[in-house]
Design a protein around this ligand. Sequence first.
Ligand code: S3P
Length: 431
Amino acid sequence: MPSKVLNGPSCLKGIFVPPGDKSISHRAVMFGALAEGQSSFTHFLEAEDCLRTLTAFECMGVPMGLEKGTGRLTVDGVGLSGLCAPKGDLDMGNSGTSMRILLGILAGQRFKATLTGDPSLSSRPMRRVTQPLKKMGAQIKGRDNGNFAPLVIHGGRLKGIDFVNELSSAQVKSALLFAGLYAEGQTRIQEFIPSRDHTERFLRMCGAPLRQEGEWLVVEKAVRLSPLHMAIPGDISAAAFFLVGAAMTPGSFLTIENVCLNPTRTGVIRVLERMGAKIEIKRLKEEPEPVGCIYTEGCRLKGTRIPKEEIPALIDELPILMVAMALAEGESLITGAHELRVKETDRIQSMVHNLNAIGGSLQELPDGCIIKGVEHFSSGTGQSFGDHRTAMSLAVASLAAEGEIRVEDIDCVATSFPAFFAEFERLKQAA
Ligand code: S3P
């Protein structure tokens, strides 16, 4: 399995334009497919996960026009009831977002489909989506009573339900919102800690019947969705690797351009600011998604606490924030992050293991970790465990290493950020 050897100490300098947002790219394909007429997008993320979503819709008869290498995508939408039964299985690879949200769309179709995934995805819990979808009327079969892929779903004839999104999962919320477009009556969703709201923004853009009624988000059966024309903003979850890398290494100066600043995604900025990071933000646009630039200059950071309420807005950034905390002055604490245990790998275990292997001082908790800051990492080898964000976080940790850091099994970065290592090498300078 390919590995990479990286040498520290170094810092990051220059301008970085992040690849298209992964969550928004998945949804662009989905809404484009179900709209009536042609949608067009720029800056679509051509990474494995989003290409899985794209291929799944192609297999259901939706013509996709992707100009490879340019991020330009047209989708010839077939309308809410225009999808065809796929001939073979729909393989979602490593992508949890594709599988979970697609289940919501398939729940509304009157045909049968089988969803498969790689070994990591096949061991991730799906009951959170399949249980409420079954309540709405979909028939779903899979191991452990519909908890694990392969999953066979036969949709149609749905009725709306009331659902409390206890896990604050945007994937679950999105699956139910899509299913709600096909259901009789109202589908109502409540969440106590807000999860990312890209699906709601897309629904409004497409003219779907969505409204907020007190604490409930309410969607009703839709007749049609309008096509969209959208420039997909840069992904803050990809940008976070370089943002945190620059903010934590004295000598760094980094500008991040065209990045999505949706407040349900910017928890990483708020935490870095609390840690004493030097960050300036310029907002350039508000609709349909807030977009702007981030400027940062490196300095030694201070430890902080990340409580449960903050987790959904930075869930994917916790691995890289653990790197910053491992180098910060004093002690840091993460709690309420059980969900990290069921990501592409168990990210509490993977990050604690790897950062301790290169000279960090971290202790696992069931739902997070306690981190004692060190001044720098030493040298050593880390494992990605097949998880893209673990691999990229370790690579960034090498900026603060006295010696050589080897990251093993790095191919997984292609699921979300194929150009990561090229961009890292371009921005990296000896400290
Ligand atoms: C995503 C939601 C989050 C996130 C994932 C993408 C989405 O997952 O971790 O990378 O696009 O809706 P959960 O819904 O499981 O929190």
